[in-house]
Design a protein. Structure first.
Lengths: 457, 457
């Protein structure tokens, strides 16, 4: 008999259906056994009685027998009748809460081994290392899975907004001949007989594509060989990048703020149930306040008593406090910080013409953490060559990149959203590792690596 | 004055507009100079006369003067009046062919260096190595750019179809602790103090996600360190992957054939102008013929006189001939070939239960080349462990992967489309390098590497 998807059972009350899925939980109630069965569309309650057959094993079986046979994560095919639940047993929290299936027969298609931990509760109460050691299993828990439904919503809404803005989607390489921005934190590849690197960002390539498409976006991987472990960094991250030609510093901020708000709106509308599972507060986004770094540090001093006014960047604590301040003062979960010192920024960042000590750069903070970074770029060829040199790099290593500027480059700029960080902040996760299906860091590539962090430089 | 996008000039006849863009061509006609100006929305003809001002350089300038100032790829801001063209000068090949701009003033925002080759003709007549040596410039040519508008259409239609099929979009890692499928053709990374590899495909990860989402898709990079140079292989490619739970061999073929047809339909509708530029023939896709490898080799013997019946795979010539045959005999630009020898396939491929010498595998050929490959997978844990061992690999290296099978895995399978190969075949490009914005191979990472191919093993 043809498969019925679990969500579609709502339209099949009184009919016999065949469903396929995974056993989520079982609850023994004496002569009756309840199973929660899950497929890609949702979850349904299945009632197993003494009349239920267990196909392939025995013709008729008691629920006691079934209780011994069927266990969580088994893959099953169940034939049964869709019934309305009695009014007092309706579960309003799930889309199939008004129905249940009375099982005629059950077949186990794939038997799961005994689980190392209970998967049936509303939350997986595991420490992060355990959660990740068992990643392919822990991901099956509905609350963990929800994280990646939010991820899907973010990816899809980012693309939609970019398309509306007239951006062309591009595919950029992740193998490069030189490091993107200088610095040592780059992974080296043995590239045939040569050395090559994993790109630290799609930065140079998206810039090179401005004279081709004027506006581009790409969702791609970025790699950072940072030999440290924090709750906010991964060795392999997913970036959502844009680059715009014929634009100005102010317009760039308008654009990324509107993209951020669109994404958050979309997620709040499309992922209500998932956000609820995480107890995520509604995100507020009125007019997003914009401060220069120095103004922000002034706020930090005044409101939180820390004098960081000589620092070239915000500290993690500053980011948290500024977001608290923005929420309190401007009723906004976002805040933009601009004008980081030019010397602390990559070579392609445009110095502020009014004061070249500071740059036309910006970060977007969201609920306590930076989720976006970008700038107006230097678009003059000569100025760019000089900037590369003054950063201690060789323009010859940027031959293909510089070519884009040699043959007509408009004023341009862009920005980059960190996907995992956005997910982490939207759901209030404690660690960015929870926001990646298979996180990479110096301690782990699926399985734990044998690393002694204290010995690392 | 606010910018008007070039395409929107169609609605501004009689008005003064400000446009921004790149000079595509200039044609001197004595006292008048014609410029073709391009922005992200299209191209427009601009008429420069003796009354046109050149802002920032001189107040009033003659066209002769302008002729010296303005050259192709210059970035300009032009203010002028939108006029209807005389009927006999209408250009029906472009969306703005009924109008032109009479320039009041022109400002050069970024001056291009003299071009190394003519960018003004309908085609860039460059050898491939030159085309790639000048990649950031050659990409600006409208006909080259068109390749990547087709790419965009393919990416977007693949996602749309997958979403309709109930697939969840997932992000999979590209750094792995062991090679995906064995074999030596893998790039090694220095991963902190460890060795790691760039994934040869998202294969293992998409399978691991079937028990989580049941149906998944991902568009991701795959890396092959193949020390050879062909017209059909790159070191870094983009794959469009799907994996489906609760499915059968026949259903998998139905699914990928329908995805392929949807993508091609979408591109033919959305990218008509681009396909026309390449003189691409309309793609025909009636019922797609399916042959086993041995049947296909029978056709090769009968129709083309080559006896390859003992080969474990099709040769490139076989692929071309089979496609010719499918077009002639079945009026289809696609043909599916199934049942490759089990021994020649990766460990996760399901042997045919009727004859385990052959496997439940398939390739989709399109206009002469394989663009998709996949199979029904082994979903039984013990069988999979045995298969890993019999392929000379250690199940311990697949701990996280095997976990997915240990805890309930339904019958499942999937496939992978090669993005660059699809683009190449749709447009009839001679070399896959033309189908990647920044192609990677053993000879080139943007700039040419110093490689002596004859000395390679």
């Amino acid at each position: 008999m043809e498969r019925t998807l679990i969500l579609d059972c709502n339209d099949k009350v009184g009919e016999i259906v065949t469903i396929y899925g995974w056993i989520q939980t079982r609850r023994d109630h004496g002569k009756i056994l309840f199973l929660d069965v899950l497929d890609r569309t949702g979850l349904i309650q299945v009632v197993v009685s003494q009349d239920t057959h267990l196909r392939g094993v025995s013709k008729v079986t008691s629920s006691a027998h079934l209780g011994g046979e069927i266990s969580p994560q088994d893959v099953v095919c169940i034939i049964g009748k869709v019934n309305k639940r009695p009014t007092n047993l309706v579960n309003k929290n799930i889309p199939t809460g008004e129905i249940e299936i009375s099982a005629e027969s059950i077949e186990i298609l794939s038997k799961a081994s005994e689980l190392p931990f209970d998967m049936g509760g509303p939350t997986l109460n595991l420490e992060l290392p355990t959660l990740l050691d068992w990643r392919t299993l822990s991901l099956r828990h509905p609350k963990i899975k929800a994280i990646f439904k939010v991820q899907e919503a973010l990816l899809s809404s980012f693309r939609q907004v970019c398309q509306k803005l007239g951006c062309t989607e591009v595919v950029v390489p992740t193998i490069a001949a030189s490091s993107t921005e200088g610095g040592a934190e780059v992974f080296r590849i043995e590239y045939f007989e040569h050395k090559a690197f994993l790109t630290q960002s799609p930065q140079l390539y998206k810039q090179m594509l401005v004279p081709v498409f004027e506006r581009v976006f790409t969702i791609t991987k970025a790699y950072r060989a940072e030999p440290s472990v924090t709750t906010r960094h991964l060795a392999e991250v997913t970036q959502m990048d844009c680059e715009f030609g014929f634009t100005s510093f102010d317009e760039l901020m308008d654009i990324y703020e509107s993209i951020a708000i669109s994404m958050v709106e979309h997620v709040q509308n499309s992922s209500k149930l998932y956000l609820k599972e995480y107890g995520a507060e509604e995100i507020v986004y009125n007019k997003i306040p914009r401060l220069t770094l120095r103004e922000a540090q002034e706020v930090i001093l005044k409101e939180y008593g820390r004098d960081n006014k000589k620092e070239k960047d915000l500290t993690p604590q500053d980011e948290q406090d500024l977001c608290k301040w923005a929420k309190k003062k401007h009723n906004s979960d976002f805040i933009t910080v601009t004008h980081f010192p030019t010397a602390a920024k990559p070579f392609y960042t445009m110095p502020d013409p009014k004061n070249s000590e500071y740059s036309l750069s910006y970060d977007l903070l969201f609920k306590g953490i930076e989720i976006l970074s970008g700038s107006q770029r230097i678009n003059d060829y000569q100025q760019l060559v000089e900037s590369i040199k003054s950063h201690g790099m060789d323009p010859k290593d940027f031959e293909m990149y510089l070519m884009a500027f040699k043959y007509g480059m408009p004023p341009e700029g862009g920005f980059s959203f960190g996907l995992e960080r956005m997910i982490m902040q939207i759901l209030g996760l404690a660690n960015i590792r929870e926001a990646a299906l298979f996180p990479r860091d110096m301690e782990r590539v699926d399985i734990r690596l044998n690393v002694n962090i204290k010995n690392k430089k």
